[in-house]
Design a protein around this ligand. Structure first.
Ligand code: SF4
Length: 237
């Protein structure tokens, strides 16, 4: 591996939240320090990358253990030139069956949130105008949280999707998406209400719709609607 390839690999790990890498027989080297050189962060995406090419590269993917129980790979859906991309955690049962993201109860809530907030705020968009995808493309068994190595492997495709679309903003739905994009251990409550960045793209973090479906989360619902208003006005005003 040459110097540029090493830097690119370390940047990728840093984006995924990995703070240290080990070389056999040596003390840990800080990955963050290693990439904080005065250089432009290289793109991980091949030149001329497109969503079609990324889907082709995924193929009938067996790169991580999540392939074992999946029915369908859930790549993403929506406008390929979207100015706003929503990133969730991973497919659930309905998504796994249909091969489409956010089509179950949580997905219906997300659709309502986007459509109703946009309409109330006078912003002429609907769900089909944004792009929606997940950190991992295959359903974790029993809907468990994806493991770090699964997020690392599949995260490569998410990052390529984001680089190919290059939206004006990203909305991270829930703490797994926030972790993948921002390399943070903080939860949604701490992260929401402020702007963050993935590369040079502004990111807003809000609650995952499945969390909002729980009956005792009335405050979180209000806050999620506020977050959505904020990001919609930022992108479309
Ligand atoms: S989760 Fe991603 S990396 Fe793992 S098998 Fe599915 S598509 Fe491949």
């Amino acid at each position: 591996m040459n110097r540029d390839e090493l830097r690119q690999r370390l940047t990728f790990y840093r984006d995924l939240g990995v703070k240290e890498v080990y070389k056999r027989g040596r003390k840990p080297v800080a990955a963050v320090a290693a990439v904080e050189l005065p250089v432009a962060i290289p793109s991980l995406a091949p030149a001329g990358d497109t969503l079609g090419k990324i889907r082709e590269d995924i193929g009938d993917c067996r790169r991580c253990r999540l392939c074992e129980a999946r029915a369908k790979i859930v790549f993403g859906s929506g406008n390929e030139n979207a100015r706003l991309v929503f990133v969730g955690e991973g497919p659930g049962a309905d998504e796994d069956a249909q091969g489409l993201p956010f089509v179950g109860r949580a997905g219906q809530l997300l659709t309502q949130m986007i459509d109703n907030t946009a309409s109330k705020e006078g912003i002429p968009i609907r769900r089909q105008d944004v792009y929606i995808c997940n950190v991992v493309k295959c359903r974790p068994p029993e809907n468990r949280t994806p493991l770090p190595d699964e997020m690392e492997i599949c995260g490569e495709f998410l990052f390529r999707q984001l680089m190919a679309i290059r939206p004006k903003a990203i909305c991270a739905l829930g703490s797994t998406a926030a972790k993948a994009l921002l390399a943070t251990k903080d939860g949604v409550t701490r992260l929401r209400g402020h702007w963050h960045k993935w590369r040079d793209i502004p990111v807003i973090v809000t609650f995952h719709p499945s969390y909002l479906l729980r009956p005792y989360n009335q405050n979180a619902k209000r806050e999620a609607w506020d977050d959505l208003k904020k990001v919609l006005h930022f992108v479309y005003d």
